[in-house]
Design a protein around this ligand. Structure first.
Ligand code: GUN
Length: 290
């Protein structure tokens, strides 16, 4: 058996086109949702992310506000910018690109963002809302994972879900979302005893550990849905010349032979993150401005 490949690019494109339609339909009421993205420093990967976020924001008809600050910006200046964006009525969503330079306390900055504009869903108030089932803004990558799982199987109710990884950004929130979908959820991690045996129980396996190809084919229950959150750059000896390639946290070729459906890397979870950010911006605009 060879698994169905879950096409994250296609699901993300569908979502963006649906969002563009909704943005257009509310434009008549004089509302243009706005997303502010703040980048501190010149990290190359962050610059690419920020450029893509701004481009896709404009493409669906939302307003994009970009703030680029130098790497030596004092924490107080960044906090002052966040306060200005909190007070700016044209701004519905605020995203401060991570990682931040070492001299800035990221938790302090996240906590300074108005929770109702926190389109990353990282503010403790939004984490609390998610944990207690209140409406709020949910982290984008976990939201994308659940959408992709539901594109393979619309009703996840009653499924045995195993999440490998316990980060605040992916592992914990994806577990909360799957619980809300009525899955039976296990959160496993690098210290879990007999990780392969825990994974083998999963009808739905979410791998978010950040270790290249750690989850092997024989860890996977035949027919399971596998969502691979990992994006790891590894040497590619076949290509020569010091070239690299991207791999997930799952050994794709092995897993594909066993799973029922699986996300590829690249082209799986990755494209969903920005699309979900745009969805969160629209949600924030609607909640704030009624
Ligand atoms: N850096 C890499 N991914 C993300 C993300 O989803 N949000 C923020 N704020 N920074 C990131």
């Amino acid at each position: 058996m060879s698994a169905t490949i879950i096409d994250g690019k296609a699901v993300a494109a569908d979502l963006r086109s649906r969002l563009a339609g909704e943005v257009e339909s509310i434009a008549g009421t004089g509302l243009t949702p706005g997303l502010a993205v703040v980048l501190v420093g010149e990290d190359a990967a962050s610059q690419v992310y920020v450029r893509n976020k701004a481009k896709q924001t404009r493409e669906i008809g939302m307003a994009s506000f970009e703030h680029r600050l130098s790497a030596d910006t004092p924490e107080t200046d960044l906090l002052a910018l966040v306060a200005r964006l909190n007070a700016d009525d044209a701004v519905d969503g605020i995203l401060v690109q991570l990682p931040l330079p070492d001299h800035i306390d990221a938790q302090k900055v996240i906590a300074a963002i108005d929770p109702d504009k926190d389109v990353d869903g990282f503010h403790p108030v939004n984490a609390g809302r998610l944990a207690t089932g209140l409406p709020g803004l949910v982290p984008c990558t976990p939201l994308g994972c659940v959408m992709l799982a539901k594109s393979a199987q619309a009703d996840l109710s009653g499924m045995e879900a195993v999440v490998v990884g316990r980060s605040n950004i992916v592992g914990k929130p994806v577990a909360q979302l799957l619980l809300a979908e009525n899955c039976t959820v296990t959160i496993a991690h690098s210290r879990s005893r007999d990780l392969p045996a825990i994974c083998r129980r999963a009808d739905l396996l979410v791998a978010a550990v950040g270790r290249p190809e750690m989850v092997r084919g024989d860890w996977i229950r035949p027919g399971a849905i596998v969502i691979d959150v990992g994006i790891n750059r590894v040497p590619n000896p076949d290509a020569g010349g010091g070239k690299t390639r991207l791999v997930g946290d799952v050994a794709f070729a092995e897993a594909r032979a066993v799973a029922g459906a699986i996300t590829p890397v690249p082209g799986g979870v990755g494209p969903m993150t920005i699309a979900c950010l745009l969805q969160n911006t629209l949600t924030a605009a609607r909640q704030r401005r009624g």
